[in-house]
Design a protein around this ligand. Sequence first.
Ligand code: 4AD
Length: 475
Amino acid sequence: MHTVAELLKKGNTLQEVTIKGWVRSFRSRRFIALNDGSTLNNIQCVVNFEETDEAILKRITTGAAVSITGELTESQGQGQSLEIQVKKIEILGDSDPETYPIQPKKHSFEFLRENAHLRTRTNTFSAVMRLRSSLSFAIHKYFNDNGFYYMHTPIITGSDAEGAGEMFRVTNLDAKNPPLTEDGKVDYTEDFFGKETNLTVSGQLEAETYAMSLGKVYTFGPTFRAENSNTSRHLAEFWMIEPEVAFMDLAGNMDLAEDFMKSVLGYVLEHNREDLEFLNQRLLDEEKTKPQAERSEMSLIEKIKFVVDNNFKRVSYTEAIDILRNSKPNKKKKFNYIIEEWGADLQSEHERFLVEKHFKCPVILFDYPANIKAFYMRLNEDGKTVRAMDILFPGIGEMVGGSQREERLDVLKEKMKALDIDEEELWWYLDLRKYGTAVHSGFGLGFERLVMFTTGMSNIRDVIPFPRTPQNAEF
Ligand code: 4AD
C-alpha cells in the first residue's frame, strides 16, 4: 500500500498502486478526490462508471473510507500532475452524505470545534496538525542535537509552590462524603497519596534537580492551569517545553531561547512548505476581507522568515516602562490599565503595543520587579529586580517565560519566608542550594502559542486536537 504523499512525490507512472483514504468529493460519477492525511493534496482517482456496479457508485460519498487499486498515470485534467485510473474499488466504511458534518464547502471554525473529532479531515486542520507534529519533532531534534537530555517530570505533584496558576486537585476521596479532621477540614492524610496533590502547572522545579546533575535537560509535557481565563490564548491543559541548564546565566538563557526558536521555525520552513503555503494563502484571503488599515504588513511565511532572520530586541523592564509611559495610548488613556509608575505589572495590551507598534519584532523583556515574579528568580544586586525574562511575539503576546534561578540558599529561604512558602514542602529544592549549588537558568515555552504563531491560527483552541477550556472537556 502507498500513501498519497509517496505517490505524488516519487510515484512511477504505469505502475499498479493501492491506496486507502477518505473521499473528499465525488464528481460526475467519475472523479474521486481522495485524501489519506499524508499530505494536503488529494489524489484524483478516475472511475470507469460504465464498468462499475451501480451499488458501489452510490456508496462513493463524501467521508467514506475506500481502498483503490489502479494504474498511476499522468493526469489529463488540470490541477494535478498524476491520477489513478481505478481498476478496483472497495468501500471500507460507508458515510452518510446527509449527516456527515464535513461537507466539501467552507465551515466556520466554531462549527469545526464542535466536530473536533472530524475536523482534521479539512485542509486547514490537517495542515495545522501536521505542522504541530513537525514542530514537536523539531523541538526534540534541536535539544538532542545540542546535548540536552529529555526528562519526564511528574504530572501529579504534591507541591503547589510554583505559584504559576490555580491548580486542579487530584484525589480519590469520596467527593460527597470525604473523611474529615477533628476541626472539620478534609483529611488528606486519608487520600491516595496521603497528602494533597494536584496536576502540575510546570515541570520546572523538578527539571532543576536534573539540570544540577545532568547539566542540560528539557521537559516537554502537558501542564494544567485552572484559571478561569476564557481567552483565545489560554487553555486549561496545554503543552510546555522547559529547558533547564546548569552554569548558564540569564544572558545565556536569552541566547538559548532565541537560537532554539529560530531553529525550530527554520525547520518547518524547510520541511512543511506545502502546508505553510496553504495556510499563508488562507490568511491572505482572509486579510482581503479586512479594511486596508487593519491588514497585516507581512504574510504568514514572511513573518516566520522575519523571526528566523532577525535578532530579537532585548529590552529591560525599566526601559519598557519608560517607552510605555510616554506612548500615545498611555497619554491619551487608551490603555485599559494606564502605566503610571515603575513596578506596574504589564498587561497584554502593553506587551502587544511594545512588539506590534513600537519594536515590530520579537522582544525579550528582562529584569522585572521582584514582587511581580515568582519566588525562585535570581535577585539582582539592586535588591529590587530579578533576572526574569519574557519573550513577546507579534500577534501572540507572551510566548516564553523564564529566568536565572536563585542559587543562594540564604536569599532563597528569605524570599520563601516573605511569601509564606513552606520550607518543608520544598526541602528537596532547597537541598540543591545546599549541595553543590551553581548558577542555572531555564525557560518555559507554551507549545500551543508557538503553533499559533507558525500556523497563523488566531484561537488557541484550533491548534490542539481536543482543547480543554472552562466549561468544555468534550471528546
Ligand atoms: O510564564 P509561565 O507561567 O512560566 C512557567 O511556568 C515557568 N515555570 C517556566 C520556566 O521557567 N521553566 O509559562 C510559560 C509559558 C508562557 O509564556 C505561555 O507561552 C505558556 O507557557 N502558557 C500558556 N499557554 C496556554 N495556556 C495557558 N493557560 C498558559 N499559561 C502559560
